[in-house]
Design a protein around this ligand. Sequence first.
Ligand code: ADP
Ligand code: MG
Length: 358
Amino acid sequence: MSGTSLDGVDTAIVNFEQQTPSLVASHYQRYPEELLQAIKRSCQQSSINIEEFGQLDARLGDFYADCIQRTLSKNKLSANDISAIGSHGQTIHHSPNSEWPFSLQIGDPNRIAEKTNITVVADFRRRDIAAGGQGAPLVPAFHQQLFHSNSETLAVINIGGISNISYLNKDPASPLIGFDCGPGNTLMDQWCQQHLSCRYDEGGQLASQGKTNTALLQSLLSDPYFSATHPKSTGPEYFNLAWLQPHLEQHPCSINDTLSTLCELSADCIALSCRQLGDIERILLCGGGVHNQYLRQCLEQRLEVPLATTQLHGIDPDYLEAIAFAWLAKQTIEGKPGNAPSVTGANKALILGGIYPA
Ligand SMILES: Nc1ncnc2c1ncn2[C@@H]1O[C@H](COP(=O)(O)OP(=O)(O)O)[C@@H](O)[C@H]1O
Ligand SMILES: [Mg+2]
């Protein structure tokens, strides 16, 4: 799994033999700086040509294969121990509402299969889009499997580059709902990288030292994405510094105060999403945003609901999304659907992705 934060690759080896999946081993590999810059050039569509783009696709495939091999050797496992790899790929552009809708993930799965000698499942999003869906978020169906309770209505909130919510109503007759809330870490990260010479705001320390600019926050929250009804999904091709710029011009703000305001924005769009959904009795958090203490404080202030991470259910919040893509691969291999049409808006449940045999 490599998400929109572009922080790197999360590898999870998951055992599905028991009723509850268990994380056998995990590995995090940061993107090397030069590879990161090439990915950013593709995402920002600034100066990449088709040759560079094609090579990046191949190079990322090799990088993912290397992440898998490192995880295997670190844990004294071999290719024979693994049934299949679910590879999300790196999203370069997500455009589910255009005339010809698409979501583009790269990291050539042919190369992963060739290098690891393990069957690969990849390209999870486009079949859902072909059936009229957003292609995202895909994790709610797995959240439902893992966490649904008949005694408590839950929301699972994944705070990655973008934040997304799964609403698991305790009434089993109630449909599964999920959507992207808006920016999770992406705007804060981009701001830190542009103005503060750091990849992200460790623990939310810098944001906690700033002061929220209420006028700026209100202006940001007036974006129609936040009040739009689901299904909906988004990405950094929408929520980026160019999106922020006109709001800042109207409401000038210091560097730290802007970071603080962006943190409040992330908390507000999550809180707004919760209110759009109705009664929630407990919230489970996952994704790298759980390490941002200031963001968690902001969330606690807004939500009168107990907040915990998915560790409460024994699932490492840093690897839940990677585990979910292992599950999605398993669904595909077994010929079972992976999407939840009530979440993505697709016209039916579908077997997702392509299979690249070992
Ligand atoms: N110690 C930390 N303090 C603050 N933020 C953190 C910390 N660790 C991770 N993060 C945030 O989490 C992000 C990575 O989260 P992740 O769940 O991997 O997102 P994605 O799925 O988009 O890759 C980082 O870019 C950073 O913003
Ligand atoms: Mg990540």
